[in-house]
Design a protein around this ligand. Structure first.
Ligand code: NAP
Length: 275
């Protein structure tokens, strides 16, 4: 049976596209449940607000920045991947207990074409830029796909912590090594927030000597073509933004709550591109 009341929580939450995605599926499937909402939840009173939402009958909550670790901490039971990432983006609330899951890593994997995985990731050198919350899921996923992951972050200590937490036997890429690593990688992904604000330029890589077969991914989906992707495209490289991942992680949450597997249609992609 489908879960009646679902929402995304975050702080802030105004710009979330999750309601557009979930409500598209709720409508398309004709589910007789409440529309998916967005709710601002202050981290300082997190547990109290979750208990209030539970009392109000919310059965499924997506969790975004900066609440994913708090969501992990209040979950009674967590999936294997949530434990590994110490982060939860999907809460299932019932009278007896709170279940926590994380669909970011599988959402990222599902966003990739099979050909890209084979050609650019498995047994290939991959480079991740950034060591924030989303980088954790991406590094975990690339490692699961058999990629040789190297990690660069402006703050090197944070990259080291991430690698240690995920038990990856690798040291962070230093600034002076970055161009060499980039030039020998088959897959490069920007997980930093640099380029998200209007007019902000991502100058982490020069793109001068990147191999022509290298696949360039940016988790940013708004703008649709970040400055990182623009630079890559100008060099004729294959590119992908974060929109598909956003939808795929939502599809996994949808399946957890409603037990229905949904497709990512072109109609939904266009709806979001114009949102
Ligand atoms: P986060 O936890 O706040 O991490 C931000 C990262 O960006 C850190 O590594 C930070 O480096 C780096 N950074 C910020 N400003 C920088 C600058 N000026 N120069 C170099 N590095 C900089 O954020 P997050 O949750 O990982 O999200 C990152 C981006 O991914 C956001 O744009 C978000 O919208 C996007 N995202 C997309 C999806 C999707 O489904 N497509 C999912 C999650 C996130 P320091 O450690 O040095 O501060």
């Amino acid at each position: 049976m489908a879960t009646d009341k679902t929402a995304v929580i975050g702080f802030p939450i105004d710009h979330s596209l999750s309601p557009v995605i979930h409500n598209h599926w709720i409508k398309a499937l004709g589910l007789n449940i409440k529309p998916y909402e967005k709710i601002s939840v202050d981290p300082s009173t997190f547990e109290e607000q979750i208990n209030n939402l539970k009392a109000e009958g919310y059965g499924g909550l997506n969790v975004t920045v900066p609440l994913k670790e708090l969501a992990f901490n209040i979950s009674d039971e967590t999936s294997g991947v949530s434990k590994k990432l110490k982060s939860v983006n999907t809460l299932s609330l019932s009278f007896e207990k709170i279940n926590g899951d994380n669909t970011d890593a599988v959402g990222f994997i599902n966003s990739l074409d099979k050909k890209t995985i084979e050609k650019n990731i498995t047994n290939k050198k991959t480079l991740v830029l950034g060591a924030g919350g989303s980088a954790r899921s991406v590094v975990y996923a690339l490692n699961e796909l058999g990629g040789h992951v190297r990690l660069f972050n402006r703050t090197t200590e944070k990259a080291q912590i991430l690698l240690d937490d995920l038990s990856l036997n690798s040291s962070p890429v230093r600034a002076e090594e970055l161009e060499d690593y980039a030039n020998s990688s088959s897959f490069i992904i920007n997980t930093t927030s640099l380029g998200q604000k209007a007019g902000e330029h991502n100058n982490i890589l020069s793109f001068e000597n990147i191999e022509t077969e290298t696949f360039i991914y940016d988790l940013i989906y708004n703008p649709k073509r970040s400055s990182f992707l623009e630079q890559a495209e100008a060099k004729g490289l294959k590119i992908q933004n974060g929109l598909r991942m956003l939808i795929e992680q939502a599809a996994c949450s949808f399946q957890i709550w409603h037990k229905i597997k949904v497709d990512v249609s072109n109609e939904l992609m266009s709806l979001l591109e114009s949102a």
